[in-house]
Design a protein around this ligand. Structure first.
Ligand code: G16
Length: 544
């Protein structure tokens, strides 16, 4: 088979963000754009000769086209084998599971996660290493440097691979194995959870649930696990067929974008349990009847109730959260006398802690929760964890959360997002905050006394690498916090995220609406950062 070497020149915008390279489809379709990035990945890796790669994506628009290009480039770079999910489908956690189970060299995941799909929307690509997790910064930076100096890429001339036929095919000297995208992952879930108890709950007639796959990748996984293996009635999974444009919807499982599910769960005859997952299946949202569980509370609750789940009943080695995630998990860790690590935003920062056995559970405020079973956050896993707890405790979601607050207190929490603001304005806002951190450290603002203001810097507990400028934190003496950072996953302008939290232990105030309890802090967050002046916005676009 003929390998062709194509001359090319570098693009200057291929630095991976929080989770790989995310751009508009139109950008990826610029001649040589995808190819340059893929060749930069291969060049940045050690010898690929004869190695096995896993390849799949969330099925969004351009997925199949990109897969064919990557397969032909992998063959030209000497890979021995590529395992591809049938139809090009592999959820992000399933890809991580397959990489680990078959001990492959690594994997390439095609997704822009919760961002919309279609010809005018988003696409993305990221590299995961042999541990199944997103490549660490050292590797993503090496890929970026390579992309700045690339002069050629290699590709074989061959017919397209049949992505829909399970089994082996040859692409020159390289084998392509089309695998069932669901079975390895479903088996892993069955090993972790008490499927008998969960089946009993779901078939008891006294419990009902709704799972919204948001026309995205988890549909086939949820149908197989919830309906086929656990016996939930057909119709439990809604929007369960992956569509290239997610049906025109925004596959982001939050109160704004999962409107249909939220309406169902707020109705008088709502199911007992509701959940949703995002484009590539690594995020989750948890709802009870007329009740929303914040991702930060969800993480804390999973840790507090881990003894109900077979895989975690022996105890947790430790836990971790990203810096902007609420401190609810810290209280559970303190009660269990285990370590709680605080990392920058980005799942890749949990990788070393998981590999070193320092933590068992970890999570983020951005609807991501996971454990040492894979090296990605895992949406359906979180839903099954909750289902396992519900099967064991036989209480409502609201009751379980209230019990938790009574015992540990509540970290009242909200995140305000200002989306698509001018990149220059957003950088200027962050810059002025950064320069003001020293002076803020001495101030009393309204009812709040600032204890510490800084730009978060993280030293990895395993390899001691340092990641600085990870978000401005303002910590108050009563335990409240305001955090500012710019999103690293957006594809248009900049998104300013403002995270606001305050501990509450007064039993009479535990139930208050966070927007009310936090009203003074919310006002402070806008005035301290002069959000209107720098962004022109008077209110956030999304509140979660
Ligand atoms: C990615 C990362 C997460 C991060 C999230 C939001 O998730 O894997 O670690 O919390 O983005 O990041 P940002 O605040 O920078 O937009 P996903 O689900 O988009 O892959």
């Amino acid at each position: 088979m003929k390998v062709t070497t194509i001359p090319t020149s570098p693009f200057d915008d291929q630095r991976p963000g929080t989770s790989g390279l995310r751009k508009k489809v139109k950008v990826f379709r610029t001649p040589h754009y995808l190819e340059n990035f893929v060749q930069s990945i291969f060049d940045a890796l050690e010898d690929c000769e004869g190695k096995t790669l896993v390849l799949g994506g969330d099925g969004r628009y351009y997925n199949r086209e990109a897969l064919q290009i990557i397969l032909k480039m992998a063959a030209a770079s000497g890979f021995g084998k590529v395992m591809v999910g049938r139809g090009g489908i592999l959820s992000t956690p399933a890809a991580s599971c397959v990489i680990r189970k078959y001990q492959t060299f690594g994997g390439i995941i095609l997704s822009a996660s919760h961002n919309p799909g279609g010809p005018d929307h988003d696409f993305g690509i990221k590299y995961n290493t042999a541990n199944g997790g997103p490549a660490a910064e050292k590797i993503t930076e090496a890929i970026y440097s390579r992309s700045r100096e690339i002069t050629q890429y290699r590709i074989v001339e061959a017919a397209d691979v049949d992505l829909d036929r399970i089994g082996a095919q040859q692409l020159g000297a390289m084998q392509v194995e089309i695998i069932d995208p669901v079975s390895d992952y479903a088996e892993l879930m069955q090993q972790l959870f008490d499927f008998d108890a969960m089946r009993e709950l779901l078939t008891s007639g006294a419990f009902s649930m709704r799972y919204d796959a948001m026309n995205a990748v988890t549909g086939p996984y949820a149908h197989e696990i919830l309906e086929n293996r656990l016996g939930a009635p057909a119709g439990t999974v809604i929007r369960g067929t992956p569509l290239a444009d997610f049906g025109g919807a925004h596959p982001d499982p939050n109160l704004v974008h999962a409107k249909e599910l939220v309406a169902t769960m707020n109705a008088a005859d709502a199911p007992d349990f509701g959940a949703a997952s995002d484009g590539d299946g690594d995020r989750n949202m948890i709802l009870g009847r007329q009740f929303y569980v914040t991702p930060s509370d969800s993480l804390a609750l999973l840790a507090a109730n881990a003894s109900h789940v077979p895989a975690y009943a022996g105890g947790l080695a430790g836990v971790a959260r990203s810096m902007p995630t609420s401190q609810a998990i810290d209280r559970v860790a303190a009660a269990q006398q285990i370590e709680c690590y605080e990392t920058p935003t980005g799942w890749k920062f949990f990788g070393n802690l998981l590999d070193a056995g320092k933590i068992t559970l970890c999570g983020e405020e951005s609807f991501g929760t996971g454990s040492d079973h894979v090296r990605e956050k895992d949406g359906l896993w979180a839903v099954l964890f909750w289902l396992n707890i519900l099967a064991a405790r036989r209480q409502s979601v609201a009751q379980i959360v209230h019990d938790h607050w009574q015992r540990y207190g509540r970290d009242v929490y909200t995140r305000h997002d200002y989306e698509g603001v001018s990149a220059d304005g957003a950088s200027a806002l962050m810059e002025q905050l950064r320069t003001r951190t020293a002076e803020l450290g001495e101030q009393t603002l309204g009812n709040y006394r600032v204890e510490l203001a800084d730009d978060f810097s993280y030293t990895d507990a395993v390899d001691h690498s340092v990641s600085s400028k990870q978000g401005i934190r303002i910590l108050f003496s009563n335990g409240a916090r305001i955090v500012y950072r710019l999103s690293g996953t957006g594809t248009e302008g900049a998104t300013l995220r403002v995270y606001i939290e305050q501990p509450e232990t007064d039993p009479d105030r535990l139930d208050q609406d966070p927007q009310q309890s936090l009203v003074e802090l919310i006002q402070l967050s806008a005035s301290i950062a002069e959000i209107e002046k720098f962004t022109g916005r008077t209110a956030p676009d999304v509140i979660t």
